[in-house]
Design a protein around this ligand. Sequence first.
Ligand SMILES: [Zn+2]
Ligand SMILES: [Zn+2]
Length: 336
Amino acid sequence: MYNSTITEYEGNKSRKLTLRTENGKNSILDQPPKENIPAVQPLIWRNIIAIPVLHIITIYLFVTRYNEAKFWTWIFTISYEILGGLGITAGAHRFWAHRSYSATLPLKIMLTCFYCMVGQTHLTKWIRVHRTHHRYTDTSADPHNASRGFFFSHIGWLMVKCHPAVKEGSKNVDMSDIAADPVIRFFDKYYLPIMFSLCFVLPTLVPVYIWNETWIVSIGATISRYLVTLNAAFAVNSFAHIWGTRPYNRNLKATQNPTVSFFTFGEGWHNYHHSFPWDYKAAELSLYRLNLTTAFIDFMAWVGLAYDLKTPSSEMIDKFCAKRGDGMGLLKPNVK
Ligand SMILES: [Zn+2]
Ligand SMILES: [Zn+2]
């Protein structure tokens, strides 16, 4: 069972992890590299062209057609956006990548379908990238290393082949639980048809055939939703690694960023999350403050679909905060 982030942060003070490599030797990335390692990263021209073009078309369609969209198209698109977002936050992130709670089979299938609605990448790849990010945060071995600036951490990392240290580091990430999971194996195998149907075809057809939306508005709504979710997810890697406070661990770049939390249903409390990545709440704040994902997981636990929700005691958090925080701990707003 995957537990590297748990052992790393639950009392393993040296942060020394025993890594498994194919030849049995310790990897050169046994510890996160301290300095940026220079490397040539070939450009991926397909993404360099496609990403800006898609943004320009989407913004044009939104600006020129948003006032033509029918009321139900707005409701449907926003609802679809929320479900897809939960597929990432409650599914790929808090459940699959961090194992911060357990889920029954129906919930696993539901979360994986939600995840496919956002069209990011195969679930296994998403999880490997994210576990590598936590293992080597903001170093050369971090896929979206925020030390390289806002643009690289937000979207630039998709425009170049990955850094050799990322390739090396990702081999050290334990993915055994993911490889053994039949739900992930099924969705990864049929990812493209499932993703294309759920992310693009279905949400375009429904408004046209059920409430007579025009094709152009429905297509515009679909790609707008796709790009909003994409940028929201990227904002956690960029904005929430640059701007905000660091009340839990001043040595991390990750910050507490309420704006990112709003757009990502609670994933912007990122200094906390990097300090306690195994907490299903991904935040210390109560009352579901900008944290729809926690409310969703609690609801799933209430109906019996989620269980074994992991969270640290407030004493453990306070100790951690006093020792490593940036002194802004008193500004943790209304925790209790
Ligand atoms: Zn992060
Ligand atoms: Zn995480």
